[in-house]
Design a protein around this ligand. Structure first.
Ligand SMILES: Cc1ncc(COP(=O)(O)O)c(C=O)c1O
Length: 388
């Protein structure tokens, strides 16, 4: 039976993600459009993104927080290019984005002293193997497998190396232990549903020390340059962006941050996201045709919630045929306007990925679940008919 109730907002894609509830373009009317981003008022507006982000996330006062071009990728690569190579590095990867950073370190930067600790989709590498005498590069939440590190307990407090944490799909939905993180990045279009292309970079005092004491052997494009004459460019961390930002995106980021404060700050945001995971978990526990891609419950992401199709009629198919089933499912749901963009990531095993970040209302997630069963029923009926 086709369900009758549709989610109010069928936006379950993993980035750009759903706007906050109640968002409207008219909320951006005060944006400083047509004005220089170097003007004092505009700069204050940009800096407000930094300060509100710092407040909501509880970033320590002695950490620098800046806005970088090129979204999370820009921020993370600027950090990698600026700071790696000073000592050996452990690279952790368990899905596509972590693997991307491995490629950067090994094939582009060609670092000589590298250890790669990897795991397949659904798993985490053995975190007890990490050597914190070295730099450590990892992703807090693997967006394409829906596997997150359960906490920061595995990170040494007295480490000599720096930790580089890609927190794109974790920031604002998961607790990040700032004292364990030296370099942390995220982008605007994830948990707060902002507009894309701007990345955030948080640096611990030890990361700043590295920047001011180490000069990489390779050239740095202007977009990656965080120092000048061996000193940190402090302006980047006060709203003086390296190049021109979108003042419309800035206004939208502020809109998201103000909403974050209204729903109870970080605690409220985490609760909203965890409620989405809880709704899907309890449905999945009673639903034979799906399973979480993440093997261990403690590693299951509350933002990028990845499911595989466990039904033997699908699971026994060749991977390319499973992908066709996923496309069909996602297509049916999009056509019904109940869920957009929920096919798993192109490099991930076939499955569905449902965004459960803070901007998604749990009532919408709950309304989606019967539609998932309905769509699977449609696909299963086709498979049965073909087999008969
Ligand atoms: C973990 C992770 N890292 C990096 C990226 C790339 O982010 P951006 O497109 O903001 O550069 C994403 C995007 O989904 C991501 O999920």
């Amino acid at each position: 039976m086709k369900p009758t109730t549709r989610p109010d907002r069928p936006f379950f894609g993993s980035g750009p993600t759903a706007k906050r509830p109640g968002w409207s373009l008219s909320g951006l009317e005060g944006a400083m459009l047509g004005r220089s981003h170097r003007d004092a008022v505009a700069k204050a507006r940009i800096n407000e993104v930094i300060e509100r982000s710092r407040r909501v996330l509880g970033i320590p006062a002695d950490y620098r927080l800046g806005i970088l071009p090129g979204s999370d990728t820009g921020a993370f690569e600027a950090a990698m290019w600026s700071m790696l190579g000073a000592r050996g590095v452990d690279l952790l990867a368990w899905e596509s984005f972590g693997e991307g950073w491995v490629t950067d370190a090994t094939k582009q930067l060609k670092l000589s002293d590298v250890r790669t600790l990897s795991a397949g989709y659904g798993e985490l590498p053995d975190l007890t193997e990490v050597d914190f005498g070295r730099d450590v590069v990892f992703t807090w939440n693997g967006t394409t497998s829906g596997v997150r590190v359960p906490n920061g307990d595995w990170i040494a407090a007295d480490r000599q190396g720096l930790t580089f944490c890609d927190a794109t799909s974790a920031a604002f939905a998961m607790d990040l232990p700032w004292s364990k993180l030296d370099v942390t990045t995220w982008s605007w279009q994830k948990v707060l549903g902002g507009e894309a292309q701007h990345g955030m970079l948080a640096l611990s005092p030890r990361a700043v020390e590295r920047l001011e004491s180490y000069k990489p052997a390779w050239p740095l494009p202007k977009l990656f340059r965080l120092t000048k004459g061996g000193k940190l460019i402090e302006g980047i961390f006060k709203g003086e962006t390296i190049n021109t930002p979108s003042m419309l995106a800035v206004e939208d980021a502020l809109d998201g941050l103000r909403w974050a404060e209204e729903v109870g700050g970080l605690k409220g945001l985490i609760a909203r996201s965890e409620a989405n995971l809880a709704a899907i978990s309890s449905w999945a526990a009673d639903t034979a045709w799906v399973d979480f891609l993440a093997a261990l419950p403690a590693t299951r992401s509350c933002t990028s919630i990845c499911l595989k199709i466990a039904d033997p009629r699908v699971a026994s198919l060749a991977e390319s045929d499973q992908q066709k089933v996923v496309k069909e499912l996602a297509g049916l749901l999009a056509k019904e306007q109940v869920a957009y963009d929920i096919a798993g990531y192109r490099d991930a095993p076939p499955g569905l990925r449902i965004w459960g970040g803070a901007t998604v209302d749990v009532s919408d997630t709950k309304a989606l679940l019967p539609w998932l069963d309905w769509a699977f029923g449609e696909v299963a009926a086709r498979l049965d008919a073909e087999a008969a």
